[in-house]
Design a protein around this ligand. Structure first.
Ligand SMILES: [Zn+2]
Length: 94
């Protein structure tokens, strides 16, 4: 059964995201996907920050080498700014 991989080291250089806490992601869980590996959880609206490392709960980029049945298996993930949102910089073509 597919399960989100817990305990990612998730760093982020999208400094304007509300979840960005000193370059660490403070969202309880994030989703990655759309037509390219973008962070669907990126927001500039007020948010409730979590005190735990986020899980990547769902990634719909099936061509990524780290993606198995929508679960991310990269040990460390880095998000970076891209055209007004954030993209997964850890994405690798399988
Ligand atoms: Zn993007």
């Amino acid at each position: 059964m597919a399960k989100a991989f817990e305990g990612h080291v998730l760093t982020c250089s999208a400094a304007d995201c509300s979840y960005n806490d000193d370059r660490c992601c403070s969202a309880p869980a994030i989703e990655v996907g759309s037509d390219h590996p973008m962070c669907d959880t990126y927001t500039t609206a007020p948010v409730q920050r979590a005190a735990i490392e986020p899980a990547i709960s769902d990634c719909s980029i099936g061509e990524c080498a780290f993606n198995t049945a929508h679960a991310c298996h990269a040990a460390a993930v880095t998000m970076m700014p891209h055209a007004g949102h954030a993209d997964c910089g850890t994405f690798r073509m399988a």
